[in-house]
Design a protein around this ligand. Structure first.
Ligand code: ZN
Length: 133
């Protein structure tokens, strides 16, 4: 397993890029709207991992709720797994609380599913299975 990306909630990607791209020197290589999650994402490679900037596209986006409560910052950590269905089944069998019992389509067509922070010790964890290219 490896860290696929770190999800960072922001009110506006353009504003956030002033730090992550202009000041720090990372490069925004991919931007897209993920309808299912009601977010716009920007992906900035960092080593074998990436920074994922998340901006809400509507007021009922999970990111809007997070920004209201916490005002931006690290939203989730995404771990890359080989077989997401298998990983979810394994966690479920151990009584772990899942937000998504079945995978959804995430950025770049990846399969994603979230594990509840109540079960991880306070970290929202995203499982990612990348698509074969
Ligand atoms: Zn993510």
């Amino acid at each position: 397993m490896k860290i696929n990306h770190l999800g960072i909630a922001t009110k506006g990607i353009a504003e956030a890029l002033k730090f992550w791209e202009d000041a720090l020197g990372l490069e925004n290589v991919h931007t897209e709207v993920v309808e299912e999650q009601k977010v716009r994402v920007a992906m900035l490679p960092l080593g074998e991992s990436r920074v994922e900037l998340l901006e809400p596209t509507s007021e009922d986006s999970p990111i809007s709720k997070f920004l209201e409560k916490r005002g931006g910052g690290i939203h989730h950590i995404a771990v890359e797994v080989e077989n997401i269905e298998e990983s979810l089944a394994k966690l479920k069998a151990q009584g772990m609380r899942l937000i998504d019992e079945t995978p959804k389509i995430g950025a770049e067509g990846c399969l994603v599913a979230f594990v509840h922070p109540g079960t991880t010790g306070g970290v929202l964890l995203e499982l990612v299975q990348t698509v074969e290219k």
